[in-house]
Design a protein around this ligand. Structure first.
Ligand code: SF4
Length: 343
């Protein structure tokens, strides 16, 4: 891992850099652990919710973002949950973040159930892109895994996102062997025929029920091979720090698809993400076994410089990532289930 210079050209802000020379440019913020779904590869049977009074306020989250952007040049924020749209007045937070100095891109990952009502107000608040989780195209299978008869609502939400003016709407699907891997071609056809950006995500061990097994992981290579049986595809150049490797269809059809192969082709070498949980814990690495509580600094209204100093210290402790764990055949453990980190 080449050591990058501390100061990016054209930018005279110091950077949040770890010991491997990786610079934080993107924040992933879980605004709540609550969700209206109970996806079996995410939620435990009985979720232990974060107490309400521990959840960061919109002003505390925005303060955190402002310190990251004005002190360290962080410019992208992804909001997630649980399900971010269950948080009341979420548009207010979107607007606060979208208009924070230095923030160039504000996006959200949602399960889409409330998008039909909220797509336009989110767009007006300054949200620039939306990613919707869609783990099956079959309503009965969808209901089996989410425990909610919500398939039609999600499809309506996807249409509402497009008509609200969101471009390049991304659809995320976690592929689990024996559950939905027989829909890989259907998802690819959705991208090909309807112009969506379909993202296939390898199943990761963040399920609250601890039922993850390597055997259930369908590798990115296998997903690609299955798609290539039907479509001629062209790989696209990977953006620095991107989690996905993207492809387009050779016949020029509208959509694209991406593969997020966190387990079989991890992308830790240029990881540029830092996560904040809904109760104010910093999670430098998804596969790390540590989290750091920044909420006291935000709740006690400490000085920006104190928060900045804390951030610098924590990012320096960012572990190398899952890539090194897999190389060492170490156990893949995690600090929290996905609904408590937000991906
Ligand atoms: S495992 Fe950690 S270091 Fe690797 S890409 Fe994920 S968050 Fe980044």
């Amino acid at each position: 891992m080449a050591l990058l210079s501390g100061l990016e050209e054209g930018q005279n802000l110091p950077r949040l850099m770890d010991l491997y020379g990786r610079v934080v440019r993107k924040l992933r913020i879980s605004v709540t652990d609550r969700c209206n779904f109970r996806c079996s590869f995410c939620m435990p049977e009985t979720p232990a919710w974060i107490p309400n009074d521990s959840i960061l306020s919109f002003d505390e989250i925005t303060r955190f973002v402002r310190v990251c952007s004005t002190k360290f040049g962080v410019d992208r924020v992804r909001l997630s949950g649980g399900e971010p749209l269950v948080r009341k007045d979420i548009e207010k937070l979107v607007a606060q973040i979208a208009f924070t100095p230095g923030i160039k891109h504000t996006c959200m990952t949602t399960n889409g159930t409330y998008l039909a009502e909220k797509a336009r107000s989110l767009k007006n608040a300054g949200l620039q892109s939306v990613t919707i989780s869609l783990h099956s195209l079959r309503p009965e299978r969808f209901e089996k895994v989410t425990r909610v008869n919500g398939h039609a609502k999600v499809l309506e939400g996807i249409r509402a996102a497009k008509s609200a003016g969101f471009v390049n709407v991304k659809l995320n699907s976690v592929i689990v062997r024996g559950y939905n891997d027989d829909e890989i071609l259907d998802f690819a056809t959705l991208a090909h025929d309807e112009g969506f950006n379909m993202r296939f995500i390898e199943y990761m061990p963040f399920d609250g029920r601890k039922s993850w097994q390597m055997e259930k992981v369908v590798s990115g290579d296998e997903i690609l091979a299955r798609i290539a049986k039907k479509y001629r595809i062209v790989p696209l150049e990977r953006e620095r720090g991107s989690t996905a490797v993207n492809y387009r269809f050779e016949d020029g059809a509208g959509g694209e698809f991406g593969i997020i192969a966190s387990i079989t082709r991890p992308f830790c070498s240029d990881c540029d993400r830092l996560r904040l949980t809904a109760d104010g814990k910093l999670v430098p690495c998804l596969f790390g076994d540590k989290e750091y509580d920044i909420s006291p600094l935000l709740k006690d209204d400490r000085a920006d410089d104190e928060i900045a100093q804390f951030l610098k210290e924590i990012v320096r402790l960012k572990p190398p990532g899952v890539e090194s764990l897999i190389k060492a055949s170490a156990e893949l453990k995690h600090v929290r289930a996905m609904y408590q980190i937000g991906g």
